[in-house]
Structures are given as structure tokens and as C-alpha cells.
Design a protein around this ligand. Structure first.
Ligand code: NAD
Length: 366
């Protein structure tokens, strides 16, 4: 395979963690017999500085021509006076999501057992750490459904309406993303989270997901939880989850709950998968750390590069089907951490190494 990647490092720690991730990606692909063609482009504040626009036309054209986007993070105080809609996040990320119809947000919740103290949960609740993936539908549901309006009733009261709407095709395509996620994991289990005791849309989700999994993925097990129970189970016994699949609003809430129980933002990757397929027939996607540009630690060799490196692994898995290469990167991160290598965000006051040293330890394990 010759992988064509648009690399958008962005702002503050973005370029630092991207510099750490690219050698890991290159070495892994070379080892697995694949070629990598990266083109690097400004985005966010860097786009505003270089071209006067958070998402310069050349950057978007490069993304269009690529198989996937590896994204750093954007934004920060330098551009605080730029008009709101032109600011790095709104002016770059939102248009990219819209342009590529990125309908699935994939967030692995990873807490290695050796980092258990990073979690707000009591260690007894997480004897094996946390290793799950939350898959959230991102472009449908109550955030986008129409009508969405506030009206004044004849008696003078205000009445507001939001509409939750889903159709079969939207549910089927996100189910396929969840199946791909489950197939790359040992337990191969999807837990569908909904509110099918009350909501029509949830009844539809339940029906379509059950049919789709039964028809296309008999090797994948499907379980079910109501959303209120799922919120409790996530803190009571997160180890039970493998792949959690849910609609937009439930996913918004549950994926943040999952992130907080996993400890440092510096360890959490994410993917936004699109409707478009790349040259290899896999979903086009945008892969980025869950955290932001961390201006408070930028330029000090303090940023944890793991989230960016793990984002590159996600890219190999979802946009190229390279599950073994992805697993090798994840194992290298795990091994470096288990050996005691820590950046400041996960050192808990103990000895910490810099971004470069952490990346070198991971690279050496590929
Ligand atoms: P942040 O995620 O950048 O930082 C929050 C805290 O987490 C900070 O203390 C930071 O040092 C720490 N942190 C984050 N990533 C880390 C890493 N890799 N290693 C070690 N520590 C890490 O959130 P913020 O400070 O609220 O936002 C800063 C800027 O980033 C803002 O302009 C915000 O809008 C932007 N942002 C961008 C994205 C994106 O590009 N997708 C996402 C979130 C925030």
C-alpha cells in the first residue's frame, strides 16, 4: 500500500506531538511493507498566519487528494481577537467535518493498569485498567433535527422544540464503523446504548443495529443497555465495555464521562470517520488527539505525544485496515509506559521525561 496522508500539525503543541508521531508511523509502515507519502499543511492559527484563513484552500485541496488526515490541534490565545467564526477551531475543524461529512466519532478510552492513579475512580473499580472504544453518531439526531424552534403560545408562555430524527442509512453506516472497531479487538462485542423504553428513534436504532450485526457480522456479539444504566455502569464497572455504540447526544455525554475516568488527555486519541471512501475503499477519516493545543505547556518539551501517536494507529486501523500495524504501535506505547516512561502529565510528581524522549522510547519498541 502507498498511504497518502495530509498532515495538519496546527498550533502550539500540535507541531511538537506531530513531530514525535511521524517517525513512529514511518517506521511501522516500513516494517509492514507499506509506503508513506505525507504532505504537511498549515491549519488553524498557522493557517491564519500563513494564508489569512484557518482552513486555507491549498490545505483543503491536499485533504481532498489524501486517503486520510492526521491532525494535531488548533487554537490558542494568539488568535483570540480574530472574529469568532474565523477562529482556528470554528474556521478549520467545523468546515472539515462538514466537507467530509464526518459522521462517526470514534474515541478509544484507554487507561493502562500502570496509570490507574490517573483515574478519578477507585483502583478497586479498575483492576485491569480501561480499554474500550466509544462510537458516537456525529451528524444526526437531536442536535440537527428539524423543527428546532422556540415559539410563544397564545397564553404568552414560551415553548421550545428540538427534534430527534434518524433514518436507516445513518444507523447502518455507523453500525459498520462499530463492527470494524469490534473486529479489531479481542472481545468483539458491541454494546448498543439507547433509550428504547421511551424513544421511537431508539426503537429504530435497536432494530437496525440488531439486523445489521446479525446479517453482516455474525462473528460480533451485540449487547444492549439503556442510557441511564450505561452512565452508571461506566463508573461502576468500566471493564465490562468493549465497543460502545450510541447516537449523537447520548454519545456526547458518555464519551466525556469515559474520557474523564481514563485520566490524562495526553493519552487519548480520537477519529472522525467520513462518508467518503479513500482509494482503498476504506472510510476517509480525520485522526487527532482528544485534547487541545495546550498553550500552557507549548514549547517546553512537556507535551505527552502518546495521544498523537495513538491517533496515527487509529488511522491505520480505520482508514487502511492495517490492524496489525496499528496494534504494534499501541503495544509500543503500552510497553514504554509499563517500563515507567512518563511525561509530566502522567508522572504524578515523579520523574518525567520530555516529549522527545517519550517518543524515542516508543519508536525504539517498533
Ligand atoms: P487543552 O486540551 O489544550 O488543555 C487542557 C489541559 O490538558 C492543559 O493543562 C494541557 O496542558 C493539558 N494537556 C492537553 N493535551 C496534553 C498533552 N498532549 N500532554 C500533556 N498535557 C496535555 O484545552 P484548553 O487549554 O481548554 O484549550 C487550549 C486551546 O486548544 C484552545 O484554543 C481550545 O479551543 C483548543 N482546542 C482545540 C481542540 C482541537 O484542535 N481539536 C480541542 C480542544 C481544544
Amino acid at each position: 500500500m502507498n498511504l497518502k496522508i495530509a498532515v495538519l500539525p496546527g498550533d502550539y503543541i500540535g507541531p511538537e506531538v506531530m513531530d514525535a508521531a511521524l517517525p513512529v508511523l514511518e517506521k511501522t509502515l516500513k516494517k509492514h511493507g507499506h509506503a508513506l507519502e505525507c504532505s504537511v499543511h498549515p491549519v488553524g492559527g498557522a493557517g491564519i498566519d500563513a494564508c489569512g484563513k484557518a482552513l486555507p484552500d491549498e490545505t483543503l485541496a491536499a485533504c481532498d487528494a489524501a486517503d486520510a488526515i492526521l491532525f494535531g490541534s488548533v487554537g490558542g490565545p494568539k488568535w483570540k481577537d480574530v472574529p469568532r467564526d474565523e477562529q482556528p477551531e470554528r474556521g478549520a475543524l467545523l468546515p472539515l467535518r462538514k466537507h467530509f461529512e464526518l459522521f462517526a466519532n470514534v474515541r478509544p478510552g484507554l487507561l493502562l493498569p500502570s496509570l490507574a492513579q490517573a483515574s478519578p475512580l477507585a483502583p478497586a473499580r479498575i483492576p485491569d485498567g480501561i480499554d474500550m472504544v466509544c462510537i458516537r453518531e456525529l451528524t444526526g439526531g437531536i442536535y440537527f433535527g428539524r423543527p428546532k424552534q422556540t415559539t410563544t403560545l397564545p397564553n404568552g408562555e414560551l415553548e421550545a422544540v428540538d427534534t430527534m430524527r434518524y433514518r436507516t442509512s445513518e444507523i447502518e453506516r455507523i453500525t459498520d464503523v462499530a463492527v470494524a472497531a469490534a473486529r479489531a479487538r479481542k472481545r468483539r462485542t458491541i454494546c448498543l446504548v439507547d433509550k428504547s423504553n421511551v424513544l421511537e428513534t431508539s426503537v429504530l436504532w435497536n432494530k437496525i443495529v440488531s439486523e445489521r450485526v446479525a446479517k453482516t457480522a455474525p462473528d460480533v456479539a451485540l449487547t444492549h443497555l439503556l442510557v441511564d444504566n450505561a452512565a452508571m455502569q461506566l463508573v461502576a464497572n468500566p471493564g465490562q465495555f468493549d465497543v460502545l455504540l450510541t447516537e449523537n447526544m447520548f454519545g456526547d455525554i458518555l464519551s466525556d464521562e469515559m474520557a474523564v475516568i481514563c485520566g490524562s488527555l495526553g493519552m487519548l486519541a480520537s477519529a472522525s470517520i467520513g462518508a467518503k471512501k479513500n482509494r482503498f475503499g476504506f472510510p476517509f477519516g480525520l485522526y487527532e488527539p482528544s485534547g487541545g493545543s495546550a498553550p500552557d505547556i507549548a514549547g517546553q518539551d512537556k507535551a505527552n505525544p502518546c495521544a498523537q501517536i495513538l491517533s496515527a494507529a487509529l488511522m491505520l486501523r480505520y482508514s487502511f485496515g492495517l490492524n496489525e500495524a496499528a496494534a504494534e504501535i499501541e503495544a509500543a506505547v503500552r510497553s514504554a509506559i509499563d517500563a515507567g516512561t512518563r511525561t509530566a502529565d502522567i508522572a504524578f510528581g515523579g520523574d518525567a521525561v520530555g516529549t522527545g524522549k517519550m517518543a524515542a522510547e516508543i519508536l525504539a519498541r517498533i
